[in-house]
Design a protein around this ligand. Structure first.
Ligand SMILES: NC(=O)c1ccc[n+]([C@@H]2O[C@H](COP(=O)([O-])OP(=O)(O)OC[C@H]3O[C@@H](n4cnc5c(N)ncnc54)[C@H](OP(=O)(O)O)[C@@H]3O)[C@@H](O)[C@H]2O)c1
Length: 286
């Protein structure tokens, strides 16, 4: 159970009216970590809360779950879908958004809250961070950022009293697979949460290394991709499958590989090869 908390998070974006049912299903299948956002353009945070509440009726405890949400600056919301009053200072916006998240999710604390995207003016990231810090640890246990590049992360990190412990980013070629940013994270114990990998990585999805690991594990290549990213270390996967069979298979495979030193050792050569492929693709050498 502990392993699943660390490695796979159930992603609740774009699920609309199915959000509650899919979240409940994911938790009942064994996902212990849930990712949402107070960002109605892409998430229904209230229905995520309904799904969690329904799953908790089965006897799973709130403390068994890791519930993560996000605050997005005004510019990032669709204008008709800004959940808080945008005509107030950043402090008021964040305070209102955190209160809404607690209400939507039907909880009295959040395990993690991420700054969803940088502000238009990077100096406002620091203003927001100082506000977010006032909620730690009583209301928010840990803080992180999302869609930040390395200089933006470094600036927040350098100025923070409560350091960011999570970065959630698109894992794709356009950002060089965040190789430098992940190194910065690894040196500081910051967990890197990868998303977008199945949507925008045609070269990797067609690669021999993915095919070979898929055959070795007897899984779909998408799941082999998850395993290889997790094999890089210090990483978690945002898994937003809508398919209950995939939920079961993803949890089972990740549990088997990362719960067994021998199986992981057998994959070490593949993980090294995958690392080299990322490096080549990021420099355009292939
Ligand atoms: N921070 C941000 O700005 C941000 C932005 C976007 C997303 N996210 C987070 O990341 C989560 C994941 O989003 P995503 O865009 O990376 O992709 P995703 O929603 O997880 O979609 C993955 C796609 O791959 C398919 N798939 C095939 N094999 C799969 C397997 N073994 N396991 C899982 N899916 C498989 C899924 O189809 P089936 O449904 O048919 O299985 C689905 O169409 C979101 O729900 C959200 O929590 C964060």
């Amino acid at each position: 159970m502990e392993l699943k908390i660390r490695l796979l998070l159930y992603g609740t974006a774009w699920k609309e009216e199915k959000t509650a049912h899919l979240t409940e299903t994911a938790v009942l299948k064994g996902f212990t970590c849930i990712d949402t956002a107070n960002y109605p353009t892409a998430y229904d945070e209230k229905l995520t809360g309904d799904g969690i509440a329904a799953a908790l009726k089965s006897g799973i405890k709130r403390s068994d779950l890791f519930i993560q949400t996000k605050f997005a600056p005004v510019w990032a919301h669709r204008p008709s879908k800004i959940p808080f009053n945008p005509h107030q200072e950043i402090e008021g916006q964040i305070t209102e958004s955190v209160r809404q998240s607690l209400e939507h999710l039907q909880v009295d604390y959040l395990d993690s809250l991420l700054l969803h995207v940088p502000f238009e003016d990077d100096s406002d990231n620091l203003v927001a961070w100082k506000v977010l810090e006032t909620f730690v640890p009583h209301t928010i246990r840990s803080l992180g950022v999302s869609n930040f590049n390395l200089p933006q992360l470094q600036e927040v990190y350098a100025n923070a009293t409560v350091k960011p412990v999570i970065v959630q980013n698109r894992f794709y070629k356009e950002t060089g697979f965040d190789i430098d940013l992940r190194e910065f994270c690894a040196e500081r114990g910051i967990t890197y949460q990868a998303y977008w990998m199945l949507r925008n990585n045609p070269e990797i999805l067609a690669s021999d290394i993915l095919k070979s690991v898929a055959v070795k594990l007897n899984v779909e290549k998408e799941l082999a991709f998850y395993v290889l990213i997790l094999g890089l270390g210090g990483t978690q996967i945002l898994d937003g499958t809508t398919n209950p069979e995939r939920m079961t298979q993803d949890l089972k495979t990740v549990g088997e590989v990362f719960g067994n030193r021998e199986r992981l050792r057998e994959l070490q050569g593949d993980i090294d090869e995958f690392r080299q492929l990322l490096s080549k693709l990021s420099t355009g050498a292939e």
